[in-house]
Design a protein around this ligand. Structure first.
Ligand code: PSU
Ligand code: MN
Length: 308
């Protein structure tokens, strides 16, 4: 077997932006392959990229095609990826195997942070991060996403964490690791489909410029690695809290009944939640990802003006 050195494969647009020191925002690919069905996934992926451009940055979707790590997928490759059915969901532990076997791989929040950091990209927009699952006191299911915040120097723009998780425990793990959770114009941790979880945050930023300054100080003092930005879903797209909670409880009960666990659990919950809510969760998901993409791009631009 031929063994070659590892290298990232940059899309020309991303390579050029990095060479010119212009703002770039990374995007994950698990949300495309395991988070939404085709063709909705492709449509949203293209809209997210456009939103990043409209807000002054260059999008870099990160994905693994035939064992090669791509930073930035041109439209054709993005289209092809969105249609694939044999994509391995990759967190940190899966990467060496998938590269060696030349598989197609989707990068989770953790894996996207790894390659964004490697590429010198400090801003990353997604929907929600993985976290501590409900019932973790017996299952020990804690997403590797949380660990990665302690390794990769990337700001992750999310609408909080999905209420399929145990949000108080998720925040406790982040606190233990020294990861700041910064509310964007809020001092309450948002719960993905809803703006409110009842959980207070310790800090907020009032504008992209304010946020850029907080990140700059953390990174330049070398006290900050990963950072979670919690940007609530726009009010007009938020779902009714009681309805979504009932749907989540049904979905978790179904997963328990079918014995779904490990890396299959999050995709199972996302898929069944979409089915139960008859598309309204998908619309909310789209709205909050676009909102995160806009704020990430604005913050990346503000950061670049601050640090020329
Ligand atoms: N949460 C969402 N949507 C997603 C995911 C999480 O609301 O698409 C995906 C992300 O890629 C995240 C991964 O990194 O699931 C976490 O999986 P796990 O819980 O197995 O670590
Ligand atoms: Mn897990």
């Amino acid at each position: 077997m031929m063994i070659s050195d590892f290298s990232l494969h940059f899309a020309p647009e991303v390579q050029q932006a990095l060479n010119d020191n212009r703002p770039v925002v990374a995007l994950e690919s698990t949300i495309i392959s395991h988070g939404m069905p085709f063709p909705h996934n492709l449509q949203v992926a293209l809209e997210v990229e456009q939103t990043i451009r409209d807000n002054g940055a260059v999008p870099a979707t990160i994905a693994i095609l035939d064992g090669q790590v791509h930073v930035g997928l041109q439209d054709e490759k993005l289209r092809a990826f969105a249609e694939l059915s044999d994509v391995v969901k990759c967190s940190r532990r899966d990467l060496g195997f998938v590269l060696a076997k030349r598989h197609n791989g989707a990068t989770t929040v953790a894996a996207t942070m790894i390659f964004a950091h490697r590429a010198g990209i400090r801003f990353f927009a997604t929907g929600g991060i993985g976290g501590v699952h409900r019932g973790a006191e017996s299952s020990w299911d804690v997403s590797a996403d949380l660990q990665e915040f302690n390794a990769s120097h990337v700001a992750v723009f999310s609408a909080g964490a999905k209420a399929i998780l145990d949000l108080p425990k998720t925040l406790e793990v982040l606190e233990t690791s020294g990861v700041p959770v910064i509310g964007f114009k809020t001092l309450e941790f948002p719960a993905f489909y809803t703006r409110s979880s009842g959980l207070p945050l310790q800090m907020s930023a009032e504008s992209p410029k304010d946020l850029a300054a907080i990140l700059y100080h953390g990174w330049s003092a070398e006290v900050l690695k990963g950072c979670l930005i919690a940007n609530p879903i726009p009010q007009a797209h938020a779902l009714d809290a009681a309805t979504i909670e009932a749907a989540i409880e049904r979905t978790i009960a179904q997963a328990n009944q079918e014995g779904v666990q490990g890396k299959e659990l999050t995709p199972f919950l996302l898929k069944h939640l979409n089915a139960i809510t008859a598309g309204s969760s998908q619309q909310a998901n789209r709205a909050l990802v676009l909102n995160n993409a806009a704020v990430a791009a604005q913050t990346a631009s503000a950061y670049h003006s601050l640090v020329p």
